[in-house]
Ligand binder design. Structure first.
Ligand code: NAD
Length: 555
């Protein structure tokens, strides 16, 4: 494991109103006009650099008691924002895209510093997909959310025309994680904004300076349309309890469950983007060079702190030795460092999980193929490095196989055939899963059996950066979709508008329930439901014969 030792530039510019370099006990009163600094001690979030353990800044928190008022303000603004035509909203929102682009160097530097990911990853996985998502939504929103005619043919004989009017919910509360602190937070709320909702956004408390940058780039929007609040679980819980009209959550399954409980109290709908223990199935006929490179990246990008990173590789026995050797060889070329390929873990809890999973697995008989606790950069002053690690000879009862590790650790399991690979892959929870094979029919067959929200063939995990595609899980990895046209619809209420095309006629099924009505409905039921052609023809005759009587009684 090599080092990429480029010194970091100084800390990114931060928005002064809510960030402080030192740690005065009392917050300046200019922080928030509604607060009196003299009587309130405002808690702060600490921003640290996981590469060095250095304390970077403190950011003032929102108090849980303030959250309901902030949601109320967003609710006041909501009708005005909703009333703007989607094209008009897209025109306003593109200013945010321009601002993200203008500030992209700052954003990259701040993300890399506070989250630990390499600068290349901050650019490729946080900044670029956010720009792409805005660019896509700006074009897609008017087309996707235009009123949709339904049941043209069936409605006509019923004397009705119908359409779906996609209307915003009102205020969406969006709660984000720290692993892609910029992009994933935007993913949680961008389609909601385009769909005409106002949003209250709670970024992760682990990356508060990135939260301040999100606040900054949303400045071009009218007041109250998108408000960032800062804080931990208590502030998130207050947002759920405010209540909002919809909650959009990206984070762990445990927190997701708690949010669902809180939302149930108000019957607030939720979208849940949770974790994964993603599988990659490498078939005996896979292109070894492409598969080892693709699965390597899929396992270790963002130091494995990715909801869709490969944590379990199932490789055909025939090629397992060659695969493992080539995989480990390629891993040895990766460099740890902010200008390399592998950054540190982002915070201590994550390092603890990684250390425990690897230690327990080795104790229970797993073999360390590469990495492990004695390799790579050593930690000093609270830095959080861990060398990318490959294990094999793992068993199904090990935590490293059962639980989400969310770090630079992957296990390789040999399988006899495709059926075994599929069965074992489906025994864990996949947000996404991938198949690697040169035979597209074989790959397609395996893909169709995989339980996952996204299945990729000869690639893994990169569709999150393709914002025209939907993103979401199944089972433990969540429900609902963000991104793509489905993401826009996720934040729209499908209101069905139905128009009576014969308003001068009373409906057949209204009172009175006379013989003509009952006979006609019975005949219609036969036309729709019967398998007997003669009975159907007879029923048509009944409808025609009754038509005059029915019409007279309904005029
Ligand atoms: P987390 O669940 O610890 O925290 C996520 C967010 O929830 C944070 O902003 C946190 O402050 C907030 N929160 C905590 N308790 C809360 C409560 N009771 N009520 C409301 N909000 C609360 O997750 P994390 O550690 O930040 O992120 C890592 C997890 O996120 C992993 O499991 C990862 O797989 C998952 N993730 C999923 C996706 C996806 O798209 N499916 C993307 C990224 C990360």
């Amino acid at each position: 494991m090599a080092d990429a030792k480029t010194p970091r530039k100084s800390s990114a510019k931060t928005t002064a109103a809510t960030t402080k370099a030192a740690a005065p006990k009392k917050a300046p009163s200019r922080r928030s006009p509604s607060r009196s600094a003299s009587k309130t001690e405002i808690p702060t979030l600490i921003s640290t650099d996981p590469a060095t353990g250095e304390r970077l800044a403190e950011v003032f928190q929102t108090l849980p008691g303030e959250v309901a008022g902030i949601v109320e303000n967003a609710r006041k603004v909501a009708p005005e924002w909703a009333a703007i035509h989607p094209k008009g909203r897209a025109g306003i929102l593109k200013e945010v895209r321009y601002r993200i682009h203008e500030r992209s160097d700052d954003i990259v530097e701040t993300i890399s510093r506070e989250n630990g990911k390499t600068r290349a990853e901050a650019l490729v996985h946080d900044v670029l997909p956010t720009l792409l998502m805005f660019a896509y939504m700006e074009r897609a929103v008017a087309r996707t959310l235009k009123p949709q005619r339904i049941g043209r043919l069936l409605g006509l004989p019923m004397g009705a025309s119908a359409y779906i009017d996609w209307r915003p919910f009102g205020v969406v509360g969006a709660i984000g994680p720290w692993n892609y602190p910029f992009f994933n937070t935007f993913l949680a709320f961008t389609s909601a904004l385009f769909a005409g909702n106002t949003v209250v956004i709670k970024p992760s408390e682990v990356t508060p300076q990135v939260g301040e940058l999100i606040k900054d780039v949303l400045e071009p929007l009218p007041t109250g349309v998108a408000t960032v609040i800062q804080g931990g679980g208590d502030v998130g819980a207050a947002l759920v309890d405010a209540p909002c009209d919809k909650i959009s959550f990206i984070g762990s399954p445990g927190t997701g469950r708690r949010i669902c409980e809180g939302a149930a109290k108000h019957l607030t709908p939720v979208v849940m983007e949770l974790g994964g223990k993603d599988a990659a199935i490498v078939c005996s006929d896979a292109n070894l060079d492409v598969a080892t490179s693709g699965v390597l990246w899929g396992s270790f990008f963002n130091s494995g702190q990715t909801c869709c990173s490969v944590e379990r590789i199932f490789v055909s026995d025939d090629i397992a030795d060659r695969f493992t050797e080539a995989f480990a060889e390629k891993l040895a070329k990766l460099r740890q460092g902010s200008d390399g390929e592998i950054g540190p873990l982002t915070f201590k809890r994550q390092l603890d999980i990684v250390q425990r999973h690897v230690k327990d697995a080795i104790k229970d008989g797993a073999r360390l193929v590469a990495g492990g606790p004695d390799e790579g950069r050593k930690n000093t002053n609270g830095s959080l490095w861990y060398a990318p690690t490959i294990l094999d000879q793992v068993t199904d009862d090990m935590a490293v196989v059962r639980e989400e590790t969310f770090g630079p650790v992957v296990s390789i399991t040999r399988v006899r055939d495709d059926e075994e690979a599929l069965r074992r892959a489906n025994s864990g929870f996949n947000l996404t899963a991938s198949v690697w094979s040169k035979d597209s029919r074989r790959a397609g067959r395996i893909a169709s059996g995989l339980k996952a929200g996204t299945v990729t063939i000869n690639s893994h995990g990169d569709t999150l950066g393709q914002p025209w595609t939907p993103w979401g899980g199944v089972g433990e990895s969540g429900f609902g979709r963000l991104g793509g046209d489905l993401g826009l619809k996720e934040f729209s209420v499908p209101v069905h508008v139905n128009k009576n095309l014969t308003p001068k006629l009373k409906r057949l099924w209204w009172y009175p329930y006379d013989d003509a009505m009952v006979d006609t409905i019975k005949a219609v039921a036969t036309i729709v439901g019967s398998s007997d052609g003669r009975a159907k023809r007879k029923a048509v005759g009944t409808v025609v014969r009754n038509a005059g009587r029915v019409l007279r009684s309904r005029l």
